[in-house]
Write a protein that binds this ligand. Structure first.
Ligand SMILES: *Cc1c(COP(=O)(O)O)cnc(C)c1O
Length: 393
């Protein structure tokens, strides 16, 4: 670079720094007081931008192929695209009126909070360790978050704790299978919660991973409990995380209220088209679920043989949570080798816990290799005797 260029570029840099500084001042002055100190959701993507094997966001390891016609984009889409709603209604065997299509399940969470919680006044109840977006969406809407932690011995609901908040919250979030633990919440406990909050709160059951254990769905209870809301997504078993499409299932009188708050065109036309295709050709999803379960068993066996494994959590989903003796060392070593999994150590009761998504076979193979190389480095274990735990103890 010439001297003149260099000078010009430094001047440019200086000016843009100055502009950034002024913009920052203004944004800080104008932003809502309760948003100012908020920490944004650390999505798996945002947290790690480098890596080659992605096993940190419970995404599918393969991508489906779709056909797309992009004519007629001059028109606004339907508020709720008919073909999409019909396809989902057929898929989960519930009347159209019980459905709202959303920009991912995350938008369902947000719209529920914005519709039912008076900001700076109402509260929601969550059962940690659990999915992070319930608390983030509540915070963004200046809504208090009350905790009724899961029982640590079996990761089930603490009904006594839940009972204590009857009348004090508008929404109760239950995730089943629970992210990040992987287990289902017992049906009897969910029903007890529905009964306890019958007249005072909606019980929102997040079924993002229900395709991995379809017999556990609460959809049949929608007709019995007017306070039951179910969240669904195409991001996991349908392998469409990039599409951003989810569903909220509830009594039509709840859906009617949500319709007042959600954006006027939440589902773009291409999204509706791709989602409808995926829902009408479901064998693709079913095959993926079957192979994910097989790979999960394989990964489970592999983890069980590791010298550093402290605890392996039972999973009914497409990820495995496990406790190790030094999560930081293992996590960092995998990352260095380009294998990105998720560190859950900061979650309530999950010290030294890591979560690995069950991606495709090639991805898991990379994960296994990286783990073995970590073992060699930290335990001086050769790959040959790894499968014989005695030799290391
Ligand atoms: C992934 C996930 C979601 C978000 O789903 P999107 O449809 O991608 O917004 C919601 N809940 C849980 C428990 C999840 O793991």
């Amino acid at each position: 670079m010439s001297n003149v260029d260099d000078k010009a570029s430094r001047l440019n840099q200086y000016q843009s720094n100055l502009e950034d500084c002024q913009a920052q001042k203004l944004a800080n002055k104008l932003v809502r007081r309760d948003i100012k100190d908020m920490v944004p959701y650390q999505s798996a993507r945002r947290e790690q931008s480098q890596g080659k094997v992605w096993l940190n966001a419970n995404e599918a390891g393969d991508s489906r192929t779709t056909t797309l016609s992009l004519d007629a984009l001059n028109r606004y889409p339907d508020f709720q695209p008919q073909a999409l709603i019909d396809a989902y209604s057929d898929y989960c065997d519930i009347d159209n009126r019980y459905l709202l299509a959303t920009r991912g399940a995350d938008e369902g969470i947000e719209v529920l909070i914005r519709t039912f919680c008076q900001s700076a006044q109402d509260s929601i109840l969550i059962c940690p360790p659990t999915y992070g977006m319930y608390a983030i969406s509540a915070e963004a809407h200046n809504t208090r978050v009350i905790h009724a932690p899961l029982l640590t011995d079996n990761m089930q609901l603490d009904i006594n704790a839940i009972q204590q908040h009857v009348g004090k919250v508008k929404l109760v979030f239950i995730c089943s299978p629970n992210n990040p633990t992987g287990n289902n919440i017992d049906l009897v406990d969910i029903v007890t919660t529905l009964e306890l909050y019958k007249d005072s709160a909606l019980v929102v059951v997040d079924e993002a991973y229900i395709e991995y254990c379809p017999e556990k769905t609460l959809v049949p209870l929608l007709h019995k409990y007017a306070n039951l809301v179910i969240l669904r997504t195409l991001s996991k078993a349908f392998a469409l995380a990039g599409l951003r499409c989810g569903f909220t299932l509830a009594n039509p009188s709840i859906i009617d209220q949500l319709c007042k708050v959600i954006a006027p065109y939440p589902i773009s036309q291409p999204v509706a088209m791709i989602a409808s295709q995926a829902l009408t050709q479901r064998s693709d999803m079913q095959n993926r679920v079957a192979s994910t379960k097989q790979l999960r068993d394989k990964t489970q066996d592999f983890l069980q043989q590791q010298p550093w494994l402290v605890q392996l959590f039972e999973s009914n989903s497409n990820y495995l949570l496990f406790r190790v003796d030094n999560s930081q060392a293992l996590f960092a070593s995998l990352l260095e080798q380009g294998v990105v999994i998720r560190n859950q150590s900061k979650q309530l009761g999950l010290d030294d816990c890591l979560r690995v998504s069950i991606g495709c076979e090639a991805e898991l193979q990379q994960f296994f290799i990286a783990v073995l190389s970590f073992n060699e480095q930290f335990y001086g274990t050769s790959t040959a005797n790894l499968f014989n735990k005695e030799t290391q103890e």
